[in-house]
Design a protein around this ligand. Structure first.
Ligand code: SF4
Ligand code: SF4
Ligand code: FES
Length: 304
């Protein structure tokens, strides 16, 4: 790592980016190099944008938030799947080796350059029913009561609810590389997030979906998914919990924790209206507030 000032690594002045690109017409991968001037705090995403703006507008990659939230910018950087917007150039390029390699995420079909096809990833995500299921849908629609969780019960799901579906874990998974039908760490972590939620009643159907040859039994527990997850979700742990839940359930030794229905729902907190300062003459001395409120608003627009 290069010199670190104020916690932000400073990259070498010039860095060579070796980018593995994909030509959709020829259906071929090829490598292309770009040398760029860096700045302190530059991320790999900043570098790609600079290359696109200044050297090669044809370079294709996906991004949106630039702050590790949307999960769009996953790519393999110096051999490791990560988010480009969270990876500092100065943390991976050194004065002795000012080179960064960037490849499309492994285990996804390429579309163009660093742009990969997430269709099957999101189908797997959807297949585990990643939402709360209640047996009586009316109670979710009427909203007349709440389903209470204790802080400990919330703590159980919190870590797994941080997933941003970036797919970085899936690119690190050796089983996903061998079995394209494997549900994968992201979908399984989501399955656990809802199975372990005390408010959920859909765990029976969800557990059936993951109890297959392409489900949680396929996992080797190498935990490379957890090692690369930018949100510290730990999908490998979620899969272990799913597997032990399945075995305990088959032995009749698992009982689903449920939440208490608290209601009818009635908000008893302070009125929000009281928090809004009222306009008084003391706040605006000399202003006739009554007249101001009645006065029509005139906006002059100059048409050209
Ligand atoms: S578990 Fe982590 S690496 Fe996998 S999709 Fe979710 S946030 Fe990304
Ligand atoms: S722990 Fe399981 S899901 Fe995670 S990388 Fe290893 S095989 Fe894949
Ligand atoms: S651009 Fe949104 S996570 Fe990187």
């Amino acid at each position: 790592m290069s010199l670190v000032e104020g916690g932000i690594p400073t990259p070498p002045e010039k860095v060579i980016f070796k980018i593995k690109r994909f030509d959709p017409e020829k259906q071929e991968f090829y490598w292309k190099e770009y040398e760029i001037e860096t700045f302190r705090g530059m991320t790999v995403l900043d570098a790609l944008l600079k290359i696109k703006e200044e050297q090669d507008s044809s370079l294709a990659f996906r991004y949106s938030c630039r702050m590790g939230v949307c999960g769009s910018c996953g790519m393999v950087i110096n051999g490791m799947p990560r988010l480009a917007c969270q990876t500092q150039v100065g943390a991976i390029a050194t004065e002795g080796n000012p080179v960064v390699t960037v490849e499309p995420l492994y285990n996804y079909p390429p579309i163009r350059d660093l742009f990969t096809d997430f269709t099957s990833f999101f189908e797997k995500h959807k297949s585990v029913k990643p939402y709360l299921i209640r047996k009586d849908p009316q109670e979710t629609e009427t909203g007349d009561a709440e389903f209470a969780m204790t802080p400990e019960e919330y703590e159980d799901i919190y870590q797994f609810s941080l997933c941003i579906s970036c797919g970085v874990c899936y690119a690190a998974c050796p089983v996903a590389a061998m079995d394209p039908l494997y549900l994968g760490p992201q979908a399984l972590a989501y399955a656990w997030r809802y199975v372990s939620d005390v408010r959920d009643e859909g765990y029976e159907e969800r557990l059936k979906i993951i109890d297959t040859e392409h489900g949680c039994h396929r996992c080797h527990f190498a935990a490379s998914c957890s090692a690369v997850c930018p949100k510290v979700v730990d999908p490998a742990m979620a899969i272990q919990k799913l597997r032990s839940t399945l075995y305990k359930k088959k032995l009749g030794a698992w009982k689903k924790k449920t939440s208490k229905k608290v209601g009818p729902y009635h908000y008893e907190g302070p009125s929000r209206a009281k928090k809004v300062p009222q306009l008084t003459e003391a706040l605006l001395p000399g202003v006739d507030l009554e007249a101001k409120i009645k006065e029509p608003v005139n906006i002059d627009i100059e048409l050209k």
